[in-house]
Design a protein around this ligand. Structure first.
Ligand code: DX5
Ligand code: ZN
Length: 245
């Protein structure tokens, strides 16, 4: 099975001290930092953009290898994911995870290209890889996992995602209730792809981690559970132990 990776979501951090909060979270045992980018269009909330990521990046050591410790896992809850790849690369993003639902229209350079909807996410993945970033693809609760098979089956490794993110809440806000109804997607992905990085995001914490781990998730996002804890290091290690055992 792929390595367990704990990715605290800095959406729940103190934005006034973001650099220090990120550095501290890595010291407390986190593998990745999950960076939620929201544009007020794809989701009904706004966070921050590339200039903030660029200012925070120097506070955390760049990963020594792809997907290593200190990876900035950017969860792009934005309407035009293709448009921002270069900006986020320059800002120091390591993994660019776009939403399948947003890829349709925006991966195309012109409206005519949107007709073959299925190929567009693959083109976007290729583009992200060409920029030297890892590529992730996310699905919202209302999106069937079946949309991913064609993408994961592609024969060209440049078009294959490095990670799939299965949302366990409707994206937009931290602190929502975990949706166990989404776990069959994780199970099916794990059954078919034993080595795939499968990330879960939304409502993860000590009381929900076992279900997610049993389903086969190995990349665990947790915002309020980590940043709201008295002892974040303990929560990070509890999450890791729950997945590893
Ligand atoms: C929600 C974001 C999540 C959020 C998770 O739209 O994608 O990453 O920070 O927060 P918790 O862990 O509090 O549910
Ligand atoms: Zn997220």
């Amino acid at each position: 099975a792929p390595k367990t990776l704990i990715a605290p979501s800095i959406l729940s951090a103190d934005f006034a001290q973001l650099g220090a909060e990120c550095a501290r979270t890595i010291e407390q045992g986190a593998d990745w930092l999950h960076v939620d980018i929201m544009d007020g269009h794809f989701v009904p909330n706004i966070t921050f953009g590339a200039p903030v990521v660029a200012k925070v990046r120097p506070h955390v050591e760049k990963p020594a290898q792809p997907a290593g410790r200190g990876t900035f896992d950017c969860h792009m809850m934005i309407a035009e994911p293709k448009k921002w790849v270069k900006e986020f690369k320059n800002a120091g993003c390591d993994l660019y995870c776009f939403h399948y639902e947003a890829a349709f229209s925006s991966a195309a350079e012109s409206p005519e290209q949107t007709t073959d909807k299925k190929t567009n996410p693959k083109e976007l993945i290729r583009y992200i890889h060409e920029q030297g970033l890892l590529a992730g693809i996310a699905i919202k609760p209302d999106t069937s996992v079946d949309v991913l098979w064609d993408i994961l089956e592609t024969s060209d490794p440049k078009e294959r995602p490095d990670m799939v993110l299965v949302m366990t809440v409707y994206p937009g806000f931290g602190g929502q209730k975990f949706m166990a109804s989404e776990l069959p997607k994780v199970q099916e992905l794990r059954k078919r792809y034993p080595e795939l990085n499968i990330e879960v995001d939304g409502g993860l914490g000590p009381s929900t981690i076992d279900q997610a781990a049993d389903a086969g998730a190995n990349v665990i996002v947790a915002g309020s559970a980590v940043f709201g804890a008295k002892d974040p290091a303990e929560v990070i290690s509890l999450l890791r132990r729950s997945v590893d055992t």
